[in-house]
Design a protein around this ligand. Structure first.
Ligand code: NAG
Ligand code: NAG
Length: 243
């Protein structure tokens, strides 16, 4: 029975160990990080990192994050445009799992593999008038509420976010739609008014005949002619009355 206990112990040990090794990292961007791709993938200075498609659907500032499990540290990159406009102004932030993300960077110390980094550490560098900070954390950073709170102090360039080309396109679309409604409405009302006038004229012309008594109404119906139509043409009516 000793070997069963040993096996169980080993199983528990490995489960605990595996649990320790993986952490859950938030995956999100905020501000204008996505517009700084040239800064973060600048091969001319030896900067090479992955670019993740899923970032597009996230927003750290709104707590709209994805969760990714990670074998190594979680990483957060903060971009600040220099000179700073305000103390808390931040150009963009990105958070993700650091596994296999940063292949080479002039901002980070040489000789360390940041694709598999297992330390709590912060590095700051200045490049192209941006202050770039890399924060590696061995803690899980998956608390959406906390991430949102962390963002409440900083000033992001929202103006650009609100007027992305896509948004402008939507505005133009609605503007065109709205104007075509107005133009269409005007044309339609003008036409309706004209129709109404014609109809009134028509009614005035037929009014007299409408007032005349028609004994043979049923007979006309059986002939297949609607009373309204027969009233409209006095000639036809005369014929019917003659019969
Ligand atoms: C990183 O920091 C956390 C606390 O924030 C600590 O629990 C953990 O042991 C640290 N890890 C390393 C590798 O220093
Ligand atoms: C960086 O900012 C300074 C002013 O603070 C400016 O003179 C310089 O042209 C800027 N450099 C780049 C690469 O934008």
């Amino acid at each position: 029975m000793v070997w069963i206990r040993l096996l169980l112990f080993l199983l528990v040990f490995y489960l605990v160990k595996a649990n320790e090794m993986t952490r859950s990292c938030a995956q999100c961007v905020s501000g204008d990080f996505l517009y700084r791709r040239h800064l973060m993938q600048d091969s001319s200075v030896g900067m090479s990192m992955g670019w993740v498609n899923e970032w597009k659907e996230t927003n750290c500032a709104k707590g709209n994050i994805r969760l990714v499990s990670c074998n190594h540290a979680c990483v957060k990159i903060t971009l600040v445009k220099l000179p700073k406009e305000e103390d808390n102004s931040v150009e963009g932030i990105m958070m993700d799992c650091s596994d296999d993300l940063i292949h080479a960077s002039p901002d980070l110390p040489k000789g360390i593999d940041f694709k598999a980094y297992d330390e709590n550490a912060t590095f700051t560098s200045r490049r192209r008038n941006f202050s770039i900070t890399y924060t590696f954390s061995m803690d899980s950073t998956d608390d959406a509420v906390k991430i949102k709170e962390d963002h409440s102090e900083i000033i992001l360039p929202y103006y650009k976010e609100d007027y992305q080309p896509g948004t402008i396109g939507v505005y133009i679309f609605f503007f065109i739609l709205f104007s075509s409604f107005i133009v269409g409405g005007a044309v339609c009302c003008f036409k309706f008014q004209k129709d109404e006038k014609d109809r009134r004229k028509y009614l005035e012309e037929t009014d007299l005949e409408l007032q005349e008594p028609h004994e043979d109404e049923a007979e006309k119906m059986s002939d297949g002619a609607a009373p309204g139509i027969s009233l409209a043409s006095p000639d036809q009516e005369e014929k019917i009355i003659e019969m």
